[in-house]
Design a protein around this ligand. Sequence first.
Ligand SMILES: N[C@@H](Cc1c[nH]cn1)C(=O)NCC(=O)O
Length: 445
Amino acid sequence: MSSRPATTPSAAPLTSWLIWLTAAIVYLLAVFHRTSLGVAGLDAAERFGVGSAALSAFTVLQIGVYAAMQIPTGVLVDRFGPRRILTCALVFLGLGQVLLALADTYAVALLARGVLGLGDALTFVSVLRLAANHFPGKQYMLVTALTGTLGFIGNLAATLPLTLLLAGPGWTPTFLVAGLVTLAFTAAVTVAVRDTPTSRTSSSAAESASEIAVQLKEALRVPGTRLGFWTHFTTPFSQNVMVLLWGVPFLVEGQGYSATTASSLLAVFVVGAMVAGPVLGGFIGRRPELRMPLVAVYLAATAVAWAVLLGWPGQVPVPVLVAAFVVLSFGGPFSTVGFALARDYNPMARVGTATGIVNVGGFVATTVASLLIGVLLEATGDYRIALVTMVLVLAFGAWRICVWWLRARAAVFAAEDRGDPVPVRLRRHRWDSVRTSFGRSPSPV
Ligand SMILES: N[C@@H](Cc1c[nH]cn1)C(=O)NCC(=O)O
């Protein structure tokens, strides 16, 4: 069973909130830097004399670095503590952006985005690991959701304000200042962040490669980690795919709306997630036994939203699009359930590793769905057919959630039967005996 400090208070003190806020601002900065090429893409193409294929290499590199680093980040943060890893993140983010500000060749710019991607990859899991140290389980969902909300503020800052700065002071001053401010923020982290309520830094003993492999295997063996992975796989990808890539083309080419209407409609995703995150996080934190039933209801609502979007005859009216996008925008907030599962079902020393594993889920679903949509669109030229991918990925994820939900419940009941403490009290149902059909003996909670 998970080891928790015996002294965890029922509500975190103000200092914990200030420590979290400092760390969450690092995430805000990371999302700002991550999304800054969205509006700077055309300037980049002009500055470096490259076309759209070379531009997309920036995104591919960034996503590649982010994905490859999630599990190593989890391991590093468990080993060296979030304070040190967040400081490294700021250094990479700041140096990357300074390098981009001064870059005058495409190769240097690509290197800059790679360095920046490394900093970005180190951030989110570190913030959650810090939150796990400072907040009791019932506040963790809220804190995770609020972290996501701060990320959206970083995203918003990288839209109109950044456009105005690029049009005014220009590329070099804008990115130079952004990079230097990020580097300077290391001072705030050094002064304000404490890894745990009782110590400035925390680190585990040096581990060999084989011990790290065991730690990873142990985290993966826990049904709660797997359930978290599939929950994070299934809930946020609709929102991500629409916002990051296919939303505007679907609305403009597939539905015949203007580019302005399309980008205004995409704002629904940001506003919906920013509002829903804290509300959902606060509620689920108080009623953790309801989190998976609510995820199930949300996935059913997502399926209905896609059925309406894809089945509507002719152009989908704006109010219907808004309603469907509001539903899809709750995917980010619901994805935080995955991180809460990682925290609740793993010992504290392994929460970073488990969080890294869970974070990979959303990335995999978003990438697979985006690529499949592109392939199907190329083959058929029909957005409705291409976007059926979303329903298929949703159905696959929902199936995996069902499998691991039953396994996680079986592990909780087995722990209860042994007299072990469990993070969430569940009520047994008749269908809980279905677990035997999956042919697994109950794994550790
Ligand atoms: N699913 C997001 C987190 C989130 C919370 N609310 C809305 N989104 C996520 O996994 N983020 C990882 C990152 O690095 O941004």
